[in-house]
Design a protein around this ligand. Structure first.
Ligand SMILES: [Fe+2]
Length: 343
């Protein structure tokens, strides 16, 4: 079977796992349950159609199916947001309409199923990426990723009340404020008024970094977690840190000694080709994690003071005359190949 068809099967299972998860952990009204049932049928149908592509690797059906899956995934993200917000009554109306619209375009695939197949019993969704060519997140349209296990699943290590507040309230706030910052900056581009760009750039960094780090944080834990890494990651840890114990000691020390609120983060450096342990104060100061730099401008005084003295604006203006765009384009081409599930 071609790789894309396998991805579609994974994606189908991923969707049905989320549905199972929502039914277990969310309060769904009849309207939401009706949509959920349609999504369930569609995930099942696309999975079944992908499984039939086994002997027809040259079929034209595959790209059609992938496009359909991407559409369904985008609609499902709207639905997930609706399901999350349905607990906040004042916001329910705001997002009902796009889901209705998207669902109206949906039944074409579902109707092809003669006998709907009940999804197999599943546990909790994994962190796998179901469709590699997932649609981008539009300006101000980030969503809270559902928790991939029950709120009490990490007890006794992390209590249910903490998880509820941390995920449902705090992470949701980062998502909301990131969306606001993106929309305000879009308005600034439209009007040409950048008076508040520093403020919104700070909001973008704090809330974006908070959203992205928490999106990594939740699936980095599991009720079945623990133990030690294996395979290539274990080898890379041993190679760079000397041993797993040495890595664990440094990571723990780094985490304990962050000044104020922050994070300890194991990272891969595409430049140095090795792992590293970094820390972040708050979430950002003043960047977003989970992004790859494409173009960088040094505005330390050492970069321009001899020629421009205090006129940083002149230096910045002139700098545009020497940007090496082919290099930036090359970095973009490489970076764009890395895609995580959009939230
Ligand atoms: Fe947090």
């Amino acid at each position: 079977m071609v790789e894309e068809a396998k991805n579609l099967l994974d994606w189908s299972q991923w969707g049905r796992q989320w549905i199972e998860h929502l039914r277990r952990h969310k309060t769904l009204n009849r309207e939401l349950e009706r949509h959920l049932h349609k999504f369930e049928e569609t995930f099942t149908v696309i999975g079944r159609q992908a499984s039939k592509l086994d002997s027809t690797t040259e079929s034209d059906e595959l790209p059609v199916l992938i496009t359909r899956a991407e559409q369904v995934q985008e609609q499902f993200h709207h639905f997930l947001r609706l399901a999350q917000l349905s607990e906040d009554e004042h916001l329910e109306g705001e997002v009902r309409e796009p889901v209705q619209e998207s669902m109206n375009a949906q039944p074409a695939v579902a109707e092809e199923v003669q006998v709907p197949v009940e999804p197999e019993p599943v546990s909790y969704p994994g962190a796998r990426e179901p469709v590699r060519a997932a649609r981008p997140v539009a300006v101000g349209r980030h969503t809270l990723p559902p928790l991939p296990y029950a709120y009490n699943a990490l007890e006794p290590y992390i209590d249910e009340a903490t998880m509820q507040i941390h995920h449902n309230k705090l992470h949701q706030k980062y998502v909301d404020d990131l969306n606001t910052a993106e929309r305000k900056l879009a308005e600034a581009r439209e009007s040409g008024n950048f008076d508040l760009v520093r403020h919104w750039a700070r909001e973008l960094a704090f809330n974006g970094a908070g959203h992205y780090l928490h999106t990594i944080f939740w699936p980095s834990m599991s009720p079945n977690g623990g133990g030690t890494p294996s395979g290539d990651l274990a080898a890379a840890i041993n190679r760079y840190f000397g041993s797993y114990d040495a890595f664990k000691r440094q990571f723990s020390q780094a985490a304990e000694k962050v000044e104020g609120p922050g994070w300890a983060i194991l990272v891969w450096s595409p430049r140095a080709h090795h792992l590293e342990i970094l820390t972040a104060e708050k979430h950002q100061n003043l960047s977003q994690w989970d992004v790859i730099p494409l173009l960088a401008l040094d505005v330390w005084e050492h970069a321009y003071f001899l020629a421009y003295q205090n006129q940083r604006d002149k230096y910045v203006e002139n700098w545009w005359n020497i940007v090496n765009w082919p290099y930036v384009e090359e970095r973009f081409e490489k970076a764009r190949k890395l895609r995580w599930e959009p939230y």
